[in-house]
Design a protein around this ligand. Structure first.
Ligand SMILES: Nc1nc2c(ncn2[C@@H]2O[C@H](COP(=O)(O)OP(=O)(O)OP(=O)(O)O)[C@@H](O)[C@H]2O)c(=O)[nH]1
Ligand SMILES: [Mg+2]
Length: 212
């Protein structure tokens, strides 16, 4: 495991240096299956697609269904099928970077394979990891899967429109999160209804601008 992680880290450092020299922000989006990563990307492309040059890497075990959903935004998208692998690694990212015109890109969103555990362990060379968690998964995820919440630069709590239909306890969620990562920004959003997205757009816009 240590060898695998060391090899991954070396390549990740290479990817990070390359992207930083090209001033491209890379965001590694991690969540459980179905928490809303692709929906968030759809909304983000709609809102920021005319302001920034966006690229997307879609990591999935199989199928290009998420990429198909994003095709309508006319942005460069590359699919990586891991064929059973539960996470992306820096080697697979490095291989597909050639498909992007990095001189003409501001931000590269990577939708990692839906899984809270393995993707958190692998540095892809991203600028930062973004954790997406949804209210229907229960409020205990930061406490039970602390690594992602320790590593991430921000947390999006999605599907807040569904809170009335669940037993999600916001105070318990946010107090667990604060114990793990006291300073982390938390955005409460509904990617389908639109609640809270303005805060996310402003924040990510700032992060993209910081690269220049
Ligand atoms: N009610 C509600 N449903 C949502 C919200 N965001 C996403 N969904 C729904 O949740 C389901 C899963 O959303 P996706 O965006 O496909 O989730 P994902 O994280 O990309 O899923 P994987 O790629 O399979 O890991 C879809 O039916 C979405 O329409 C939300 O804020 N509120
Ligand atoms: Mg998806």
């Amino acid at each position: 495991m240590k060898n695998i992680l060391d090899r991954n880290q070396n390549k990740a450092d290479e990817v990070r240096n390359l992207l930083s020299s090209k001033k491209v922000l890379m965001v590694n989006i991690i969540s459980s299956p179905g928490a809303g990563k692709t929906t968030l990307l759809e909304r983000t492309c709609e809102e920021l697609g005319s302001k920034f040059r966006i690229g997307i890497i879609e990591g999935d075990i199989t199928t290009d269904r998420d990429a198909q959903r994003l095709k309508k935004y006319n942005i460069p998208i590359v699919v990586i099928n891991t064929e059973g692998g539960c996470h992306l690694d820096s080697h697979s990212i490095s291989k597909v970077l050639d498909s992007f015109d990095l001189d003409n890109l501001d931000v590269l969103f990577v939708e990692n394979v839906g899984n809270l555990i393995c993707p958190s362990q692998f540095d892809l060379g991203e600028t930062f990891k973004l954790a997406v968690v949804s209210t229907t998964e229960g409020d205990d995820k930061p406490g039970k899967y602390p690594m992602l919440f320790r590593e991430a630069r921000a947390v999006l709590l999605n599907k807040i429109d569904l809170i009335p239909y669940t037993n999600f306890n916001f105070d318990s969620f946010s107090s667990d999160l604060k114990k793990i990562n006291s300073q982390i920004p938390l955005f409460e959003i509904s990617s389908t209804r639109g609640d809270g997205l303005k805060g996310w757009y402003d924040w990510i816009e700032d992060e993209i601008n910081k690269m220049h």
